[in-house]
Ligand binder design. Structure first.
Ligand code: FAD
Length: 402
């Protein structure tokens, strides 16, 4: 059996050992990247990733694949810039093609206030390492094909920022490359196993209950996307997270070429073209917290109006698919990474509508924390105790949060 089939069989049939040094709950991008980095950077391979469904079956395989670092505050800009840089090298490092495409992202605005925000965004981005500049309407009209500069006669394009590092990558390829890399290094990645309980003694994690029996471990990393609160509750930890549905769609093939990624914060949507030529778009979260993954007509009719106002050519396309994920939203729209009040119970959550881009840096940092016991400086501002210390990092740096 060659290496590929060995890996495939391990994924399907891997059996649980009675104990592990580290148990990671959730086979999404963040859980797998943590396992990958533990194994490859720190030599820690007695690790299990437990996934109740299939790897990438959560938000990591449902997102719209945008990678960027054009946030509005120093701490997120530095963190996401690190991730953007790691993404650049990930194909070479894993020797797996992820269709990574650095094509630039336009963040356009239709209001005077938005114009000022984009000027400030460009400044702060450059100060903390992200390649973003302000763009006047003339440049936007020249560079973005098919754009209507005065949608519905009410929303004139007044400028925007251009983030040169904005990119996309094929999400399931990212997940599989990380899983394969971790497995080759000796990590057990087991699908179809649900964690049903966490064992805590004297405020220390001592084990995990699963649908396939108990596992002893002193370190658990919860990387369960929209299910963060229910898993944390198993350890008696209350998280300031709410789960909201987020929907997205793709159209049929558009025969034109649309290289850019474009977001309109004021109209509340973003769009890009996939390698198959489909137009891929998304908007904000559903306002009502819910675990529902049903897609609805309200979303598609409302986004269609806004999107075709800015891009009339999309009115000739048909929506082929629409789907929904469950987003773990934090109160300040920033991630929550690191320790909890229970020793040995670590979390990586609050990834909301923006966590795909964070997978390489999130995994790198969480693995470093597990391996060294020290919180890396890059993620220290995103600790859970920031809420108790009144150091929230409010940054609505995503169309999904408006
Ligand atoms: C429609 C949509 C569009 C998005 N677009 C973007 C984008 O363009 N750019 C961007 O950066 N981000 C985007 N995001 C957000 C991004 O997809 C997520 O933040 C990211 O994938 C989170 O990864 P994760 O590993 O934390 O969670 P997930 O990928 O959700 O993985 C968590 C896993 O945990 C498993 N699990 C849960 N409970 C248990 C349990 N008890 N036992 C075992 N396993 C369990 C789940 O089955 C799941 O597979 C989008 C999200 C959605 C829904």
């Amino acid at each position: 059996m060659n290496e590929f089939w060995e890996a495939k069989v391990a994924l399907q049939w891997g059996t649980l050992k009675p104990s592990y040094d580290v148990v990671i709950i959730g086979g999404g991008g963040h859980g797998l990247a943590t396992a990958y980095n533990l194994a490859l950077r720190h030599g820690i391979t007695n690790v299990a990733v437990l996934e109740r469904s299939y790897i990438g079956g959560g938000n990591s395989g449902r997102n719209t694949t945008v990678i960027r670092s054009n946030y509005g505050k120093p701490e997120p800009v530095r963190f996401y810039q690190r991730s953007l840089e790691l993404y650049r090298d990930l194909e070479a490092e894993t020797e797996r093609w992820m269709m990574h495409d650095e094509r630039g992202l336009w963040w356009i605005t239709h209001t005077e206030a938005g114009r000022r925000t984009e000027i400030a965004r460009a400044e702060i981005n450059r100060a903390f390492g992200a390649d973003t500049r302000f763009a006047e309407p003339e440049e936007i009209e020249r560079e973005i094909p098919g754009i209507n500069m005065n949608p519905a006669g009410e929303f004139p394009v007044l400028g925007g920022s251009f983030h040169a590092g904005g990119a996309t990558a094929r999400h399931d390829r990212v997940v599989w490359a990380l899983a394969e890399g971790a497995m080759r290094a000796g990590v057990d990645i087991i699908q179809g196993v649900e964690v049903t309980g966490l064992k805590v003694e004297n405020n220390q994690i001592v084990g995990v209950e699963t649908t396939q029996g108990s596992i002893a471990t002193e370190t658990v990393v919860s990387a369960v996307g929209g299910h963060a609160t229910s898993v944390a509750d198993m350890a008696g930890v209350r998280l300031p997270i709410r789960t909201h549905p987020l929907q997205a769609f793709v159209t049929n093939h558009y025969e034109g070429t649309f290289d850019a990624i474009v977001a309109s914060i004021d109209l509340g949507f973003y769009v890009s073209q996939t390698a198959r030529g489909e137009m891929l778009g998304g908007a904000h979260i559903d306002p009502q917290p819910s675990y529902s993954r049903r897609s609805d007509h309200h979303f598609i009719s409302s986004i269609a109006k806004r999107i075709t106002a800015l891009f009339p050519f999309m009115g000739d396309l048909r929506v082929l698919r629409q789907w929904t994920g469950s987003c773990d939203m934090s109160p300040d729209y920033s991630p929550v990474m690191g320790r909890t009040p229970v020793d040995g119970f670590l979390i990586t959550t609050g990834w909301g509508t923006w966590g795909f881009k964070a997978i390489p840096a999130g995994g790198e940092a969480m693995a470093e924390l597990v391996a060294t016991g020290t919180t890396p400086e890059l993620i220290a501002p995103f600790s859970l105790d920031r809420f108790a210390k009144d150091r929230a990092l409010a940054d609505r740096g995503s169309s999904g949060t408006h």
